[in-house]
Design a binder for this molecule. Structure first.
Ligand code: NDP
Length: 245
């Protein structure tokens, strides 16, 4: 059965691995109709099969969050299938860490395009719908790097500080849309496997292997925020491994 405070779909960007995949699986098991988006549609299809086999309702659609038209197609697909969009989880992200003097400018731009612009595209695609519906919930996955800055993470942090800032601004502006920032610490996922300085990402991978949260822990935090009554807006959740300094 669908949780009573949700009539329509929960859309999740970056649902092909890590936190997004875990969130889709968890919300699907809880009875929310979920729509999974990412570029690797083979992975999305496999996750959707699993959710359906477990009795849940799930769909997927190809999505590149850097492309506003693609994000709009993703939302239109969800609206066609489920009638309304109750929740958007802006989760897609990349973290190719390096020091600024390495001038890995393509990777700076990629972080801005996916982490920041992608989140804005998601908001742009659902905000008019949610205002017309009179309700909605936008969950933005930021990071502990949205609260502190560390060497090699200057640009990544900049995108995550920005995600937290725009989330707070949207929250203040809207009496219709609930806005939640979810800021994880080290979490097991594929995040360290895509670009960045090799030695830096190896170190992050080692730390994550030693202490990282399972992605399901972040999924549980997202589910908590979504599961509140419509009058309750959980503004921010920070979830770190107990061992993280
Ligand atoms: P993963 O690499 O496992 O997942 C990232 C997801 O983003 C994938 O599903 C990927 O799918 C998707 N993605 C990347 N680029 C695009 C794009 N252009 N369009 C659509 N989807 C895209 O890492 P995580 O699960 O760790 O990352 C999820 C979020 O959590 C990110 O925002 C990350 O910054 C944040 N986070 C992670 C932490 C961690 O320690 N793991 C800590 C704090 C925050 P595909 O490649 O198929 O498109």
């Amino acid at each position: 059965s669908t949780p009573s405070n949700t009539a329509g779909a929960v859309l999740i960007t970056g649902a092909s691995s890590g936190i997004g995949e875990a969130t889709a699986r968890h919300l699907g098991a809880l009875g929310y109709p979920v729509v999974l988006g990412a570029r690797r549609v083979d992975k999305l299809a496999a996750v959707v099969d699993d959710i359906r086999e477990a009795g849940g309702r799930a769909e997927f659609h190809e999505l590149d969050v850097t492309d506003l038209a693609s994000v709009r197609d993703f939302v239109a697909f969800a609206t066609t299938v489920y009638g309304r969009v109750d929740v958007l989880v802006n989760n897609a992200g990349v973290m190719p860490l390096s020091t600024m003097n390495a001038l890995r400018i393509d990777e700076w731009n990629q972080m801005i395009d996916v982490n920041l612009r992608g989140t804005l595209h998601g908001i742009a695609a659902v905000l008019p719908l949610m205002e017309a519906q009179g309700s909605g919930h936008i969950v933005n996955v930021a990071s502990v790097s949205g609260l502190r800055v560390d060497p090699t993470a200057a640009v990544y942090s900049a995108t995550k500080f920005a995600v937290r800032a725009l989330s707070e601004g949207l929250r203040q502006e809207s009496r219709v849309v609930r806005v939640t920032i979810v800021s994880p610490g080290f979490t097991v996922s594929e995040l360290t496997e895509r670009g960045g300085d090799v030695a830096t990402l190896d170190a992050v991978r080692a730390t994550t292997a030693q202490m990282g949260l399972p992605a399901s822990a972040v999924a549980e935090a997202i589910a908590y925020a979504i599961g509140q009554p419509a009058t309750v807006d959980v503004n921010e959740i920070i979830v770190r491994p107990t061992l993280q300094g």
